[in-house]
Design a protein around this ligand. Structure first.
Ligand code: IPM
Ligand code: MG
Length: 361
């Protein structure tokens, strides 16, 4: 089992370090190799996704990824910005299926800004298409300057595009995932305005014919954004394009109390996957030791389950996380009166301890 470890920028290094400790606490044999990515790679090699990092990623069964980005790179020409590293990895490895579960842990019901009765028991799975849409349209803009901005330009544009096979394969992923859950898929589009998303809706409807046991409904993205905060529990599996999925998954994350809790998996058709927290590099809190490592630790659990065929170990991590939350430990993002504030490292070590204890018992 070969894992590429790519911590990246900002809080990425701190949270990935804790996830790596948790993986080492399991009695499994991994080969782990670390490499630079994002702004860190740009500083060292002049490129956010150096050839050596891409090569390592391609040669691994799975990638454990932290986060990339910092405002200090805003002036760089777009292809050199840290974000291009994650986009390049997704595209180069064909990681088209992005799973972003939004689960509300019972102990954290009070940490959400929504009323407890709206979110208690919440368990949504957002499936975001990850290698198409306006993110990868051509041309990508009209660049008249080299610093990534457009002084004096009269226009800029990005093109939105989906092909039939791209929509078909993500629709299959969604219907198959729904079969293992409550057999209900909501496809989110903007077919009232955009050609691309009329096409999306038509193709999803066609693929649905192969899954008569799964219920399908369609929702416009603006309405979905509203329903997510009005009545989130009426969703189960949500499938949508790259751009809408980016936005809705951030929204859904806050239903659970903190974006610091949400893992994600990005898979290709060989089940090779990249695993990363749904949150970003948070440069404002980087280096302070206060970031929540649980999203990354839970991403490591998803990695064991989806790409490395180690479901029992994934369960152990998830059980350990629940027990640590039950014991009242909280990083600052999920802290509330009556619970104990801990650092990034203390949280990681508590999970390690809970896992080690479960081995002994
Ligand atoms: C995400 C992030 C990325 C995206 C950025 C960092 C390019 O927001 O994974 O959701 O937009 O996909
Ligand atoms: Mg995002």
């Amino acid at each position: 089992m070969k894992i590429a470890v790519l911590p990246g920028d900002g809080i990425g290094t701190e949270i990935v370090a804790e996830a790596v400790k948790v993986l080492h606490a399991l009695d499994l044999k991994f080969e782990m190799e670390e490499a630079l990515v994002g702004g860190a790679a740009y500083e060292a090699h002049g490129h956010p996704l150096p050839e050596s990092t891409l090569k390592l990623a391609k040669a691994s069964d799975a990638i454990l990824f932290g986060a990339v980005g910092d405002w200090k790179y805003d002036k760089l020409d777009r292809p050199l910005r840290p974000e291009q590293a994650i986009l390049g990895l997704r595209k180069n490895l064909g990681l088209f299926a992005n799973f972003r579960p939004a689960i509300c842990y019972e102990q954290l019901v009070g940490a959400s800004s929504l009323k407890p009765e709206l979110i208690s028991g919440l368990d949504i799975l957002i499936i975001r298409e990850l290698t198409g849409d306006i993110y990868f349209g051509q041309p990508r803009g009209r660049r008249v300057a080299t610093d990534g901005h457009f002084p004096g330009a009269e226009e800029a544009f990005d093109t939105m595009r989906y092909s039939r096979p791209e929509i078909e394969r993500i629709a299959h992923v969604a219907f198959q995932a729904a079969r293992k859950r409550s057999k209900k898929v909501t496809s989110v589009d903007k077919s009232n305005v955009l050609e691309t998303f009329q096409f999306w809706k038509d193709v999803v409807t066609e693929v649905h014919k192969e899954y008569p046991d799964v219920a399908l409904d369609h929702m416009y993205v603006d309405n979905a954004a509203m329903q997510l905060v009005k009545e989130p529990k009426k969703f189960d599996v949500v499938v949508t394009g790259n751009m809408f999925g980016d936005i809705l998954s951030d929204e859904a994350s806050m239903l659970t109390g903190s974006i610091g809790m949400l893992p994600s998996a990005s898979l290709n058709s060989n089940n090779q996957g990249l695993y990363e927290p749904s949150h970003g590099s948070a440069p404002d809190i980087a280096g302070k030791g206060i970031a929540n490592p649980l999203a990354t630790i839970l991403s490591a659990a998803m990695m064991l389950r989806f790409s490395l065929n180690q479901a029992a170990s994934a369960d152990r991590i998830e059980t350990a996380v629940k027990s640590v939350l039950a014991s009242g430990l909280r990083t600052v993002d999920i802290w509330s009166e009556g619970t104990q504030k801990v650092s990034t490292r203390e949280m990681g070590e508590a999970v390690v301890k809970a896992i080690t204890k479960s081995t002994k018992s």
